[in-house]
Design a protein around this ligand. Structure first.
Ligand code: NAP
Length: 241
């Protein structure tokens, strides 16, 4: 049997990179998407042998073209990991509409865009695995992040609704809510703020991208067919409810 095909959005850096590598090592045929950092994408592909595909997941037409190209190159898509995400942190009273919109489009509309492009094929074939990367800040809210928190909260609702639609067709849809993970995104947080955050994590450290990849690997397994509509919190104990 040929290996299952997995697409990881934002799959060339940070959490996505670890997910791409973990899936590839587990025998999946992986396509890693990215937005515009060609240098990092080229280094990633050279190092891992995993092909990288540049398209903007906030743009539906680009997703259609990207998915078509991946399907042509690797075959029908069995697994989608909606991982691409950005922050544009500001308090609401100083936030421009553009900062709201860019985050909503990139983090949340991207889930619609990617899932819409693959869902009919998954339904026809009676199999699919979708994992959406949410955030602890979508669950608990975060100062200066109404845009980001709203987008990630939206992902959790999206996940449950689509899980209900896919359940009778062999398609599982789950989310992972990472806590603070040591990637470029978190390295952008001022050091004094980060130190404060780490003090709130019972495990006493930031997460590693591989901690999140482990959860994805678990959820995409064929044997995980009874797990759908769920959210796995991977946050070092920072937030429990
Ligand atoms: P990161 O290091 O900043 O990497 C982001 C990745 O997403 C890059 O590959 C980037 O591509 C890609 N990307 C951004 N906008 C895109 C677009 N419009 N189209 C396609 N790709 C796009 O981020 P990260 O920290 O690994 O975060 C990954 C996911 O986990 C995000 O959804 C984030 O919200 C979530 N998360 C992260 C943390 C954390 O602590 N790091 C915590 C909770 C949740 P380029 O390389 O081309 O820019």
């Amino acid at each position: 049997m040929s290996s299952q095909v997995a697409v990881v959005t934002g799959g060339t850096r940070g959490i996505g990179e670890a997910v791409s590598i973990a899936l590839s090592k587990a025998g999946y045929s992986v396509a890693a998407n990215y937005a515009g950092n060609k240098e990092r994408a080229a280094q990633f592909s050279e190092r891992t042998g995993i092909p990288a595909y540049q398209f903007d997941v906030s743009d539906f037409e680009q997703c259609q073209t990207g998915v078509a190209k991946i399907t042509e190159d690797l075959g029908d898509i069995d697994i989608v990991v909606n991982n691409a995400g950005i922050t544009r942190d500001r308090t609401l009273h100083s936030m421009e509409f553009e900062q709201w919109n860019e985050v909503l489009q990139t983090n949340l509309s991207s889930c619609f865009n990617m899932c819409r492009c693959v869902i009919e094929g998954m339904r026809e074939r009676g199999f699919g695995r979708i994992v959406n990367i949410g955030s602890v800040n979508g669950q608990a809210g975060q100062y200066g992040q109404v845009n980001y928190s709203a987008s990630k909260s939206g992902i959790h609702g999206f996940t449950k609704a689509l899980a209900k639609e896919g359940a009778g067709k062999g398609i599982t849809v789950n989310a992972i809510a990472p806590g603070y993970v040591d990637t470029d995104m978190v390295r952008a947080v001022p050091e004094r703020v980060l130190e404060k955050i780490i003090r709130t994590i019972p495990v006493g450290r930031l997460g590693r991208a591989e901690d999140i990849a482990r959860g994805v690997l678990f959820l995409v397994d064929e044997e995980a067919s009874f797990i759908t509509g769920s959210t796995i919190d991977i946050n070092g104990g920072q937030h429990m409810y």
